[in-house]
Design a protein around this ligand. Structure first.
Ligand SMILES: [Ca+2]
Ligand SMILES: [Ca+2]
Ligand SMILES: [Ca+2]
Length: 226
């Protein structure tokens, strides 16, 4: 086989592999579809929330105190604004933290948006389910500004942050003072929270890549034949 073809095939395989291992599946929990003061529970785990809502089964479950809340501008009771994915966010009304568990585990890092205008919060990443095992990482969450909402809501804007860690995590605790911190768009596999669907390599990317490779092969053929 002509050497340049071999190089082209190796190169394309390499690029395809890069795309396949990209933390891609841009798994984003946006909490849309949940109710106002709805216990999230197994909404993202093939089951339902306390109000009987169900979302995509990502194998992600939440502790009993993890609630969703809808913006008052959208008919709910939430005092927030400019949430990254309107109109629903995660918060909690008892305990120190809302805990998210992933039975399959995850690595690398994750990211999210939060608003906490009066009290700081913190996020802990754990090697066991339900906030158990070793602490893999801690992220302190500073108090955020308040800009007046969309059009109303004191908890606004939502600030993007993320955390990287070593090892395999099985749970994350989203902590702070009850009713004083809200979270949205929890994004796995990236330390930069994406808009839902934003950082995903889409079929279009593969198409463009394929066209690029065709062009490269045609160029290589021309060179060989010239
Ligand atoms: Ca809103
Ligand atoms: Ca609002
Ligand atoms: Ca949302």
């Amino acid at each position: 086989m002509n050497r340049i073809y071999k190089v082209a095939i190796l190169f394309s395989s390499f690029v395809m592999c890069l795309f396949l291992v990209t933390p891609s599946q841009a798994l984003v929990l946006d909490f849309e579809g949940l109710g106002d003061h709805d216990q999230i529970l197994d909404f993202y785990n093939g089951g339902t929330s306390s109000m009987g809502n169900s979302g995509t089964d990502y194998g992600v479950s939440f502790s009993d105190n993890a609630l969703s809340i809808i913006d008052s501008d959208a008919g709910g009771t939430g005092n927030f604004g400019n949430e990254p994915s309107p109109d629903t966010i995660l918060f909690f009304l008892n305990g120190d933290a809302a805990i998210m568990s992933l039975a399959a585990g995850f690595d690398t890092g994750f990211s999210f948006f939060y608003s906490a205008i009066n009290n700081p919060g913190s996020v802990n990443v754990w090697s066991g389910l339900d906030g158990t095992g070793d602490l893999l990482a801690t992220l302190n969450l500073d108090v955020t500004p308040s800009d007046g909402g969309d059009p109303t809501g004191d908890f606004s804007p939502f600030v993007a942050t993320g955390v990287a860690f070593e090892g395999i995590a099985y749970s994350v605790s989203f902590g702070g003072v009850i009713n004083q911190i809200g979270f949205d768009d929890i994004t796995f596999g990236s330390v930069t929270p994406g808009d839902p669907g934003a950082p995903v390599p889409e079929p279009g990317s593969f198409l463009l890549m394929g066209l690029g490779m065709l062009g490269f092969l045609a160029y290589a053929r021309r060179r060989r034949n010239s």
